[in-house]
Write a protein that binds this ligand. Structure first.
Ligand code: NAD
Ligand code: UFG
Length: 338
């Protein structure tokens, strides 16, 4: 029995593939290479020491997916494939709804045709919107999202919930990620954004390597301990390990399950800058800029439900997250090879 991993060559998918195979699982990856390099496949293989199936295919290609399900013995799916840049989604809403929502509909239809009804979905803390107060718990109201990207996550959550109501054979796990950072300990896999990074940690590592001049801190007048935005950063390997527990869950039980994957600890932008400087020994130049539209002051999880029901807890601290991000960036100044 194999797990189909959509978007499995991307940042979180690649780390999850390594942990799945290290735990003895069979993995089949589908990725259209839109936001990753093929060399990510070679890096995963090198780390696990064995080959695995990779199909270059778009999840919106029903025929292509059909063939994969015909060729492989797939019993469950981890669905990472999607576009994820908040700002870009405001400029290109149709592309985001097509890729993320339509792509998921095509995938679910093909899964159903093949009697595969177990899926773990990459959702986001963004579904909690602007108005809930941290620590965020899974029973809080969701949906007050402010951008097309966030709306695709919320819409897909709704689609999957409706599917579970319609057919009790489905088993769905919605994982709401907080802020994944860090990289594999080996320094051979990590986050490799295209162009100017939108997110904090890749921006910091690019300043550290000399690719960018200075970080702009988006606002220092929030109601937080130092005025800068507070987030729940989680090591990508801890996040990957959460998926192993989630796959076990959907393989063992039908129904709908929702979990936050975070540490439960909030760090400000300046806390992260300091932790990174300590871990890397490199000073990070920064300037204070205006707030970024759509940002909230504070966002962190209550990760208790995942601990109680999945037996999962994030183990890696902010220092390790920074050390591993830096090892990846310093060993691969230009990211994955072409
Ligand atoms: P990523 O861009 O590194 O990985 C996504 C992968 O999916 C890429 O390799 C891309 O080529 C592939 N892909 C995209 N559209 C596809 C399609 N139509 N068909 C086939 N493959 C396709 O992103 P990531 O950071 O690894 O995120 C994985 C998932 O987690 C995404 O759904 C993202 O929205 C979600 N998520 C990410 C974060 C984060 O901060 N990284 C936070 C919350 C949720
Ligand atoms: N920040 C800066 N400067 C930068 C980049 C970010 O000061 O150059 C600040 C932001 O204002 C925020 C914090 O650093 O306070 C973290 O910002 P990120 O962009 O790294 O992360 P976000 O919390 O804004 O968003 C991330 C993902 C979204 C996802 C959300 C919740 O990018 O896709 O987490 O899961 F929806």
């Amino acid at each position: 029995m194999s797990v189909l991993v959509t978007g499995g060559l991307g940042y979180i998918g690649s780390h999850t593939c390594v942990e799945l195979m290290n735990a003895g699982a069979e993995v089949v990856v589908v990725d259209n290479l839109y936001n990753c390099k093929k060399s990510s496949y070679d890096r995963i293989k090198a780390l696990v020491g064995r080959d695995f199936k990779f199909y270059e295919c778009d999840i919106r290609d029903a025929e292509g997916l059909n063939k994969i399900f015909e060729n492989e013995d797939i019993d469950s799916v981890i669905h990472f494939a999607g576009l994820k840049a908040v700002g870009e989604s405001v400029q290109k809403p149709l592309e985001y709804f097509d890729n993320n929502v339509n792509g998921t509909l095509v995938l679910l239809d093909v899964m159903r045709k093949h009697g595969c009804k177990k899926i773990v979905f990459s959702s986001s803390a963004t579904v909690y919107g602007m108005n809930n107060v941290s620590p965020l718990t899974e029973d809080m109201q969701v949906g007050g999202v402010t951008n097309p990207y966030g709306r695709t996550k919320y819409m897909i959550e709704c689609i999957l919930q409706d599917l579970c109501v319609s057919d009790k054979e489905w088993s769905v796990c919605l994982l709401r990620y907080f802020n994944p950072i860090g990289a594999h300990k080996s320094g051979t896999m990590g986050e490799d954004p295209n162009g100017i990074p939108n997110n904090l940690m890749p921006y910091i590592t690019q300043v550290a390597i000399g690719k960018r001049e200075k970080l702009t801190v988006y606002g220092d007048d929030y109601d937080t301990h130092d005025g800068t935005g507070v987030r729940d950063y989680i090591h990508v390997v801890d996040l990957a390990l959460g998926h192993l527990k989630a796959v076990e869950k959907v393989r063992g039980e039908n129904g709908l399950f929702i979990y936050n994957l975070g540490t439960g600890i909030g760090y400000s932008v300046l806390d992260v800058v300091k932790a990174f400087e300590k871990a890397s020994g490199v000073e990070i130049s920064y300037q204070i800029g205006p707030r970024r539209a759509g940002d909230i002051a504070t966002c962190y999880s209550d990760p208790g439900k995942a601990l109680n029901e999945l037996g999962w807890k994030a183990e890696r601290d902010i220092e390790e997250m920074c050390e591993d991000s830096w090892r990846w960036q310093s060993q691969n100044p230009t990211g994955y090879p072409d």
